[in-house]
Write a protein that binds this ligand. Structure first.
Ligand code: R1P
Ligand code: URA
Length: 284
């Protein structure tokens, strides 16, 4: 690969910021909280001692400041792994590429990424409005098949693949796991589990409004394969972090129990609890 990147490959705005995130290298901290919903960004940054920077473009809103004296950023990713592809590559470019010369830096910087999201449980025993940390993730979104050199295997992936009964979906599957040392920070979470990340909210997650999903037993089948919960970003966050050399962990607020047909009666309160819980653990 050429060391100097063409203008069409690493796209920058007029002020030299990365194209979609609209950020300059000095705008981000090494610890970044990733949330899906742009409205969740101020709900997190209101806890900062001071906010030094607010920028946005499209669904990507970023606030950077300090909390208990430590620099920290919070950024919204919008929905889906295609957005995560942009977020991860542009965040990595901010720290590991010299944007002026468009050359790779010789020293690598590792970011710490903390996804704080929402999910639906497919384990009937998981209670809504509680926190669920993702240890392993299976991506059914296919993103990582566009990258060379990604082939992650562990005990979970091997047993999952052995029994996965949907041949049309199987070619899209890939696996990843958390950054173990960040997992230590979250060891007292109510639930730890295996997450499945999907390229949609409805049929991909087995929801049937007027259209039928792949099969009526999708939730039970995935749960039998060891999956605890469904959402739309973690596979790409974990897998791209592994390839790019960053550390990542996800904790989601369980807002739905799909097997019991329940939805949270007050997800604003449990969201607040999640934000406070995460901030207490990642800034010590
Ligand atoms: C779907 O409603 C969205 O909610 C979940 C899913 O992953 C998807 O992004 O996460 P966030 O609440 O972080 O957006
Ligand atoms: N987010 C999802 O992607 N699925 C759910 O069921 C709830 C939140």
């Amino acid at each position: 690969m050429l060391n100097k990147l063409a203008a069409s490959e690493l796209v920058l705005n007029d002020d030299g910021s990365v194209y979609h995130l609209n950020l300059l290298p000095e705008d981000i901290a090494d610890k970044i909280i990733l949330v899906g919903d742009p409205d969740r960004v101020p709900k997190v940054s209101k806890y900062f001692d001071k906010i030094e920077m607010r920028k946005n473009k499209r669904e990507f809103y970023t606030h950077t400041g300090t909390l208990r004296g430590e620099r920290i950023s919070v950024m919204s990713t919008g929905i889906g792994t295609e957005n995560i592809d942009i977020v991860m590559n542009e965040l990595d470019a901010l720290v590991n590429i010299d944007l002026k010369n468009k050359e790779f830096k010789t020293e690598h910087k590792a970011l710490k990424l903390f996804r704080m999201g929402t999910c639906g449980s497919v384990n009937p025993g998981v209670q809504v409005d509680n926190m669920l940390v993702t240890q392993n993730v299976v991506g059914l979104d296919g993103l990582m098949h566009f990258y060379q050199d990604y082939d992650f295997e562990n005990e979970f992936s091997r047993s999952f693949l052995e029994k996965f009964p949907y041949p049309k979906i199987k070619p899209m599957l890939y696996f990843a796991d958390w950054a173990e040392d960040l997992g230590e920070l979250y060891k007292d979470a109510k639930y730890h589990g295996n997450t499945a990340t999907f390229p949609g909210f409805y049929a991909p997650q087995g929801r049937q409004l007027r259209l039928k999903a792949v099969d009526d037993k999708f939730l039970e089948t995935l749960n039998d394969l060891g999956v605890t919960n469904f959402e739309m970003e973690t596979s790409a966050i974990y897998a791209l972090s592994k390839l790019l050399g960053h550390k990542a962990i996800t904790v989601n607020n369980v807002i739905a129990n799909r097997r019991r047909g329940e939805f949270s009666a007050d997800h604003h309160t449990s969201e607040k609890k999640l934000i406070e819980w995460v901030l207490e653990r990642i800034i010590q």
